[in-house]
Ligand binder design. Structure first.
Ligand SMILES: Nc1ncnc2c1ncn2[C@@H]1O[C@H](COP(=O)(O)OP(=O)(O)OP(=O)(O)O)[C@@H](O)[C@H]1O
Length: 283
């Protein structure tokens, strides 16, 4: 089976300024793949390229087995897209937004009506079908965007920061939807700033910084690569982080120190690895 998404040596520049730099990775069907990175890392640009909204300056991209540049119409049939900026139309009702998208994708009736009903029910918006979108909460709008993106039965769903700005409960609800869609067979690529989102949802993680992919793997692969044990050491006002292969090694290190004050050992997490790699915290 071909990869769901494949990028090989992809570059993107705007006015000769490089924003994506030699990006290569693949996503297999059925994965939830997370792109994590600070502001300006190039995550949205990557999603925009993969969803045919902007062209790579250089490199090879295939989505759903089709060449992105030569077969973009086919690519569009196989992908669902929820971007930060692509908002739903506030002056239309929930149902009208779905209708519009269904018509744009040439879904004939009665399937169109049936699928709109089915997906609105799935995202728990059936009882708001006649509400104007401007009267919905942020979480409801995001659920509508997801329902709309699913209407033409895509195989791959792209979500650009799907839970940004949502309260913790709404975020959890969206996570359940994402996991459930994946269980039904959907391949998902999402970008996020939230470590816990990646830890909770993603099978594999790509960490981007400055337009480059600086690390790639499952959480446990990343942890064993950088160290599963960590010693936090207070040096005046700040903390130093020292990685060790295991938590036991981290504890042994502390026990060997003549002065153990201001030191503690714990298991490493994604945030520790991210800070180690980029020198920055995200939130
Ligand atoms: N249309 C554009 N024209 C010029 N520069 C752009 C354009 N789109 C993005 N950039 C620049 O490309 C870089 C990467 O932006 P991008 O939005 O891909 O990052 P990001 O990782 O998604 O960050 P964020 O989390 O803030 O959305 C930034 O420096 C941004 O200013």
């Amino acid at each position: 089976m071909s990869a769901a998404v494949s990028l090989q040596n992809v570059y993107k520049s705007y006015n000769n300024i490089s924003v994506v730099n030699d990006l290569s990775f693949t996503i297999q069907p059925g994965e939830i793949f997370g792109l994590l990175g600070p502001n300006g890392a190039g995550k949205s640009t990557t999603i925009r390229m993969l969803t045919t909204l902007t062209k790579p300056t250089q490199g090879q991209v295939e989505v759903a087995g089709f060449d992105l540049l030569r077969q973009s119409i086919l690519v569009k049939q196989y992908i669902g897209v929820v971007l930060q900026q692509t908002s739903v139309d506030n002056d239309l009702s929930v149902w009208e937004n779905m209708e519009l998208h269904g018509r744009l994708h040439h879904i004939p009736n009665p399937q169109r009506q049936q699928r709109i009903g089915q997906w609105l029910k799935y995202v728990e918006l059936a009882d708001r079908r006649d509400s104007l979108v401007k009267t919905l909460s942020g979480g409801m709008k995001r659920r509508l965007q997801i329902a709309r993106a699913l209407l033409h039965q895509p195989q791959i769903l792209f979500l650009d920061e799907p839970t940004v700005g949502l309260d913790p409960q709404t975020r959890r609800r969206l996570w359940e939807i994402i996991l459930d869609l994946n269980k039904q067979g959907m391949t998902i690529l999402l970008t996020t700033h939230y470590m816990e989102e990646v830890e909770y949802l993603c099978n594999r993680i790509g960490i981007m910084d400055g337009g480059k992919l600086i690390s790639l793997g499952t959480l446990s692969q990343l942890r064993s690569q950088y160290g599963e044990g960590l010693v936090m050491k207070q040096v005046e006002e700040r903390w130093e982080y020292l990685f060790f292969p295991t938590l036991e090694d981290a504890n042994t290190f502390i026990n060997q120190q003549p002065n153990k004050t201001g030191m503690m050992a714990r298991s490493s997490n994604l945030e520790d690895i991210f800070v180690e790699l980029t020198g920055r915290r995200l939130d």
